[in-house]
Design a protein around this ligand. Structure first.
Ligand SMILES: Nc1nc2c(ncn2[C@@H]2O[C@H](COP(=O)(O)OP(=O)(O)O)[C@@H](O)[C@H]2O)c(=O)[nH]1
Ligand SMILES: [Mg+2]
Length: 216
């Protein structure tokens, strides 16, 4: 019987992630891994960002889903280059899947790549994809206790994006509580409050992402 230890698989992932990171850096592409639960508003956030970027950046997306191409179709409608990965049941993307998707993108034609990970607050945290930044999207209908309950994903993120802020007041979600919990886990992390469907808070995120792209 052959037993492959999880640690070895993660090491193999890290090697592929390092290759992805080097490839993206050589092409001058900044890369953001977008994490969060199913339905948190990840794709809607990307749609709002792309509408607000205008001609200031050349974005692209890798969509990670267990099945189907619905999110990729949404991104394609905006004229943004997109590659859909179907994990066929796996609850997270890994660096090998992203390496394959990178082969389908013209890296010379883009400068800001978003990877929308499979909706999941647990497994996605453990897999480096070769990104420069991680953001975790948490909506105001999911409960403000999630940073305490799922610390790994928040700890490893560069920003917390609280979405669906237009619904604040309709739930008991306290953004100050989750922001404080996040800052304990990621003291240097940024916190954004947005309404992706209203556009509220999107300009601050756009400026932050453009500055990161400039630093590339
Ligand atoms: N009211 C409101 N609804 C939102 C917002 N962002 C996303 N939604 C809705 O939440 C649902 C899930 O959004 P989606 O972007 O597909 O979530 P994803 O699974 O994380 O990619 C959709 O019905 C969106 O219209 C928001 O800022 N405000
Ligand atoms: Mg989505």
């Amino acid at each position: 019987m052959r037993i492959v230890a999880a640690k070895k698989l993660l090491k193999a992932n890290d090697l592929l992630a390092a290759e992805n990171r080097a490839k993206l850096a050589a092409a001058g592409v900044a890369c953001v891994n977008v994490l969060g639960s199913p339905g948190a508003g990840k794709t809607t956030l990307l749609e709002a960002l792309f509408a607000a970027f205008g001609p200031r950046t050349r974005p692209a997306v890798i969509e990670g889903d267990i099945a189907g191409a619905l999110d990729a179709e949404r991104i394609e409608r905006l004229g943004v280059p997109v590659v859909q990965i179907n994990t066929d049941g796996a609850c997270h993307l890994d660096a090998g899947m992203v390496a394959a998707a990178l082969g389908d993108l013209d890296l010379q034609a883009i400068d800001l790549l978003f990877i929308e990970n499979v909706g999941n607050l647990v497994c996605t945290a453990g897999f480096d994809l070769g990104e420069q930044l991680r953001i975790v999207v948490l909506s105001t209908v999911e409960g403000d206790d999630k940073a305490v309950k799922y610390p790994a994903i928040f700890q490893g993120s560069d920003a917390l994006v609280i979405t669906k802020c237009d619904l604040l007041g309709h739930t008991n979600f306290d953004p100050a509580r989750v922001a404080a919990d996040f800052r304990r886990l990621a003291p240097d992390g940024r916190v954004f409050q947005v309404g992706a469907t209203t556009g509220d808070g999107i300009p601050a995120m756009v400026e932050w992402l453009l500055a990161i792209r400039e630093d590339r």
